[in-house]
Design a protein around this ligand. Structure first.
Ligand SMILES: *[C@@H]1O[C@H](CO)[C@@H](O)[C@H](O)[C@H]1NC(C)=O
Ligand SMILES: *[C@@H]1O[C@H](CO)[C@@H](O)[C@H](O)[C@H]1NC(C)=O
Ligand SMILES: *[C@@H]1O[C@H](CO)[C@@H](O)[C@H](O)[C@H]1NC(C)=O
Ligand SMILES: *[C@@H]1O[C@H](CO)[C@@H](O)[C@H](O)[C@H]1NC(C)=O
Ligand SMILES: *[C@@H]1O[C@H](CO)[C@@H](O)[C@H](O)[C@H]1NC(C)=O
Ligand SMILES: *[C@@H]1O[C@H](CO)[C@@H](O)[C@H](O)[C@H]1NC(C)=O
Length: 395
């Protein structure tokens, strides 16, 4: 009886330890050299293929050392029940964006049960790309540099304990993927680097983002059309442009944004804190069930901004209003300092006035010399509760 029980316990233990017991496919065994000069692309693809074909849980390992890696797409579907991409080393992209024919540096596609981990660093070596990037001013006539890490059509995925450094374009892009957790990441680029959004999400659902430090030159996190159920907690953002829903309403038929929680996060010297932006003269769309709560703003220009006339570089006509409808928005417990006199600015569309906007427990001190500050709204009558510093004036 006892013996049988022990045997059962032992096999249960092995089962539980399944991940630790994973078969390891080390890129060094496939010819990768940690000399920072020899492209490990072929070695990585071979290791990935063997790992993907394994019937056991498997790990692709890039051990400690410095490696050069050209553009690569790591594809499924895989036979293995789970695949870990473990990076312990420093992986560097070729610095010249002209050497990329693709829109990404490292792509993951059609995988269920992926983990990206290991404590290592993905260095996009973006300096050259930033200096030649004119896409912000010239969106239709420019070649976008590659995004560092792309997740397309992946499910049940964990991305943790890694650093993304100096991406040429966005650091991390998530598209048509479900059930992703991003945890313990450092996402770093200079405050003046072009288009280096930290994490961009589109057409995806159930995305958890927690314990992330993002210092970058564009949005720390941007949430595009078709995104549902995103929870962001304990993010430190700055420098950067803040956490943004949008821009929405650029294209016809964009899917809705529904369910975004941003909580317990801190913004330091950012252009915006939390923002929703929609283009004027837009087709019909919706964004709803959005909560911004327990946020600290340190020297943020626009701590809370809903901007339905978003039109950077005047590349649009403000003639007609946005038809993206914003509803069920709660802004609660926001404190710190504002660099502008309008710490909470709610500019809804006259073409689709916002509905059910609740704003309370705001304590945002204006850090400037231009006279008194106030918070304002237009095309909505927000439901105010708790403290309002500065006072709220409904236009
Ligand atoms: C990896 O697998 C893909 C798809 O099965 C195949 O096309 C490719 O040739 C393989 N590459 C290597 C290096 O084994
Ligand atoms: C991911 O989930 C979606 C929705 O359930 C499904 O259509 C898709 O085939 C899944 N993809 C993979 C790679 O498992
Ligand atoms: C996000 O957080 C809210 C409130 O804490 C919770 O109700 C919701 O279920 C969470 N969403 C997901 C996808 O976990
Ligand atoms: C969020 O912040 C509130 C107030 O500071 C605190 O009570 C709560 O425990 C925090 N939650 C998390 C998940 O950090
Ligand atoms: C006010 O703004 C100045 C100039 O940007 C900055 O140095 C200072 O730290 C700010 N004070 C607070 C309390 O945020
Ligand atoms: C807004 O919230 C109300 C009450 O919770 C809910 O009935 C309604 O469906 C929500 N609206 C949208 C567009 O989700």
């Amino acid at each position: 009886m006892d013996l049988k029980w022990n045997q059962w316990a032992l096999s249960a233990l092995f089962l539980l330890a399944g991940v630790a017991e994973a078969t390891v496919f080390n890129v060094k065994n496939y010819g990768a050299h940690p000399d920072g000069k020899t492209d490990i692309r072929k070695a990585l693809i071979s290791a990935w293929n063997d790992s993907c074909e394994s019937i056991q849980p498997s790990t692709v390992l890039i051990p400690k050392g410095t490696y050069l890696l050209g553009p690569v797409v790591l594809k499924g579907p895989c036979k293995t029940p789970s695949i870990e991409f473990q990076v312990q080393g420093l992986v560097q992209a070729p610095p010249d964006p002209a050497s990329f024919k693709t829109d990404g540096w490292i792509g993951f596609q059609y995988i269920d049960g992926l983990t990206v981990s290991g404590g290592g660093t993905f260095d996009g070596q973006g300096h050259k790309a930033w200096t030649i990037n004119n896409c912000a001013a010239n969106p239709h006539n420019c070649r976008m540099p590659p995004i560092s890490l792309r997740f397309d059509f992946v499910n049940n995925t964990m991305i943790r304990d890694i650093t993304s450094l100096n991406s040429k374009n966005f650091h991390i892009n998530i598209f048509q993927s479900n059930d992703l957790t991003l945890k313990n990441l450092n996402i770093l680029a200079p405050g003046d680097s072009a288009n280096t959004d930290g994490i961009h999400i589109g057409d995806s659902a159930r995305i958890h983002i927690t314990d992330i430090v993002i210092a970058t030159g564009d949005d720390c996190i941007s949430i595009g059309p078709g995104t549902r159920n995103v929870n962001v907690t304990r993010v430190i953002c700055g420098p950067g442009h803040g956490i943004s829903i949008g821009s929405l309403g650029m294209y016809k038929g964009e899917a809705e944004v529904n369910g975004v929680f941003v909580k317990n996060s801190t913004f330091i010297n950012t252009q915006n804190g939390v923002r929703i932006k929609t283009w004027p003269s837009s087709p019909v769309g919706t964004a709803s069930n959005i909560v911004f709560e327990d946020l600290i703003m340190n020297n943020v220009f626009n701590p809370v901004i809903l901007d339905q006339e978003y039109c950077p570089h005047l590349k649009c006509t403000k003639h007609n209003p946005s038809l993206v409808k914003l509803s069920n928005i709660t802004i609660n417990k926001i404190r710190g300092t504002s660099l502008s006199q309008l710490p909470v600015l709610i500019a809804c569309s006259r073409g689709a006035p916002c509905e059910n906007v609740k704003i309370g427990n705001i304590n945002l001190k204006y850090n400037g010399t231009e006279g008194p500050a106030q918070s304002t709204s237009s095309n909505v009558k927000p439901i105010l509760f708790g403290q309002q510093i500065p006072p709220f004036i409904n236009i």
